[in-house]
Design a protein around this ligand. Sequence first.
Ligand code: HEC
Length: 133
Amino acid sequence: MEIKRKMFFLSVITPIICLCSGAILVSGQVNNSTAADADTLEQGKRIYARECSSCHGDRGKGDGPAAIAMVPKPRDLAKVTANKNDDRFFLKISGGASSMPAYKGVLSDIQIRQVIAYIRTLGASSKTAGDRP
Ligand code: HEC
């Protein structure tokens, strides 16, 4: 009896547990859910030019005019966007980080999502330019 129960656990319950944890892992990874349609990107680009490029530079390289004397320097957005998810960026942008101001109250949640969608395109373009290690 006892052995049968163990076999049942191994053959039925274990695969179910594996499938579920797999699904959780996968859903954790596809968290970059901002719908990047043309309108979103256009809005994001405008917000970026107005609010972010003075420090992060036109292409997100961290070489904007306001960043010259800054320590730490704004990171190369083309590189950081590759391995971080939208929620992390959302927290950073709304809450600020070192010399970067907090945008909560300056930009709406939707505007922050739009600018995140836009900075992801900076990463994509630098990748095709062979800019990544
Ligand atoms: C006054 C200069 C300044 C402005 C304006 C600015 N940033 Fe930053 N940003 C920084 C600096 C400096 C860092 C690096 C902070 C650190 O690592 O402590 C940074 C970091 C970041 C990061 C990386 C966070 C991470 O996970 O490593 C993102 C994303 C970002 N900024 C997005 C934006 C966006 C989007 C805007 C415009 C809405 C913006 N920043 C405006 C200075 C600025």
